[in-house]
Ligand binder design. Structure first.
Ligand code: AMP
Ligand code: ZN
Ligand code: ZN
Length: 433
């Protein structure tokens, strides 16, 4: 573990000692909206606040978007802090990667193996992005649970899994014997970026004793625009600019509260253009009598119909143009994928930009998606860290996103995690000492 001086300072503050930290001059660039009137009404200007940690996810923010000149607030945070192009975990989908970011283990081990899957231990049930039954989520512990247990208050302004009563037993949604972040919100896409930011700022307006010290914030609009028009669309460029304004609003709100913050801004994956001209139609080489398709798109999860294993394998397995298919136990080791019982027996992965489906599409389409090889450049995710813990102007080599949870543990003062798939080593050059 890399020991951070700020942890000691934060502890000193909690113990009632004088706190020598001066917050950095983080003021937003012109596009940021001002903090709401009355924002500082309850705040003593003399109060020296300990840094908080805010984990921000901009869903689908492909790392090179940062170079488009459309996100001045993010660019300034990157220049004044640490940045990198981050490798997602496989599969490069939203729910598997958000759960990796807060647990530090790969999807194969934390059990959120796709956005949609089944589990032989729960016959007749299917995990979807709205599944909040605790049993889907309990193979790895999210950092807000670890933090709450250590007495560190947490608050999540959306994050996949944050609405789950983590660790609760039984098939229901029972919150009484499970743990949530201290404050959390049921996911609702219609809550505006502004409202999301203002909720975080409002939580930080509380008196010190009940103020969260670890928070999350989630934005979906860049991913949505990427699916609609692909990564080079005007819609994506508008979404980049719009989410950057929300980041500006966050910076302004923190500055008004005189609240130092270590911001860890990440994406879950990148985005690549898709088209009905780049289709892999399974029924051109498979017999529909041999298989069922659990999931299609950038990858396909496939089961043999009873007694049809050999027939399916003969047609399916191996490499063909733009497609590889494996038995789950033979997926190349670098994907770290295939041991979890929730993964179907056969798995196919398309080349980036190609789409797998059983039949040809009914009408032409063009858009964007993700879920491909996590080492493909098109899947590279944004990473920026900025705040009192970080040195300015550090550009790190690409690293795997299993390192983010260990980083967060350092920032909030938790001991190193046991049995995680990543460590904080990639950030050795980034920390102020
Ligand atoms: P994907 O299909 O991998 O692109 O998933 C991205 C979508 O996940 C976004 O459009 C979000 O609206 C949705 N999403 C993000 N967080 C949540 C959540 N906590 N609950 C339900 N859906 C979510
Ligand atoms: Zn996503
Ligand atoms: Zn998406």
């Amino acid at each position: 573990m890399i020991r951070l001086p700020l942890t000691a300072l934060a502890l000193a503050l909690l113990a009632g000692c004088a706190y020598p930290y001066t917050p950095p001059a983080l003021s937003p660039v012109a596009t940021a909206a001002p903090a709401p009137a009355g924002a500082v009404a309850n705040v003593s200007p003399q109060e020296a606040r300990a840094p908080v940690t805010i984990l921000v996810s901009i869903d689908g923010f492909w790392a090179p978007y940062l170079q488009r000149g459309l996100s001045p607030n993010l660019a300034r945070l990157a220049a004044g802090g640490t940045s990198a192009s981050m490798r997602p975990s496989f599969p490069s989908k939203t729910f598997p990667n958000h759960w990796t970011l807060v647990t530090g283990v790969v999807p194969d081990r934390h059990g959120i193996v796709a956005n949609s899957f089944t589990d032989p231990a729960h016959p007749g049930q299917r995990f979807t992005m709205s599944s909040d039954q605790p049993y889907w989520w309990d193979e790895a512990e999210p950092i807000w649970v670890t933090a709450e247990r250590a007495g560190i208050p947490t608050a999540t302004m959306f994050w996949p899994g944050s609405n789950v009563a983590w660790g609760a037993t039984g098939e229901g949604h029972d919150a009484t014997n499970g743990m949530h972040p201290h404050d959390w919100q049921q996911y609702n896409k219609n809550v505006t970026d502004r409202q999301r930011v203002d909720s975080v700022i409002d939580w930080l307006r509380r008196p010190a004793a009940s103020r969260p010290r670890f928070l999350t914030l989630y934005f979906d609009e860049v991913d949505t625009a990427g699916h609609e028009g692909g990564p080079d669309s005007p819609g994506v460029n508008r979404a980049i600019a719009s989410v950057d304004q929300a980041i500006g609003r966050l910076i302004a709100g923190l500055a008004e509260l005189n609240q130092p913050a270590n911001l860890v801004i990440v994406a879950d994956h990148g985005m690549v253009a898709t088209s009905s001209d780049r289709m892999i139609v399974l029924n051109r080489f498979l017999d529909p009598a041999d298989y069922t398709l659990e999931e299609d798109g950038p990858f396909a999860s496939i089961r043999a119909k009873p007694g049809r294993e050999a027939a399916l394998e003969a047609r399916l397995l191996g490499h063909r143009d733009h497609l590889d298919c494996w038995r789950k136990g033979e997926i190349p080791a670098r994907f770290h994928y295939g041991r979890n019982p929730r993964i179907a027996p056969y798995f196919c992965l398309a080349e980036a930009g190609w789409t797998i489906a059983a039949k040809p599409p009914e009408k032409p389409f063009a858009g964007g998606t993700h879920g491909y090889d996590n080492a493909d450049p098109s899947m590279a995710a944004l990473f920026i860290a900025n705040g009192p813990a970080f040195r300015p102007g550090v550009k790190l080599a690409p690293f795997d996103n299993v390192a983010v949870a260990p980083l967060l543990r350092d920032l909030i003062g938790l001991p190193p995690g046991q049995g995680l798939d990543g460590t904080d080593r990639p950030f050795a050059r980034a920390f102020k000492r």
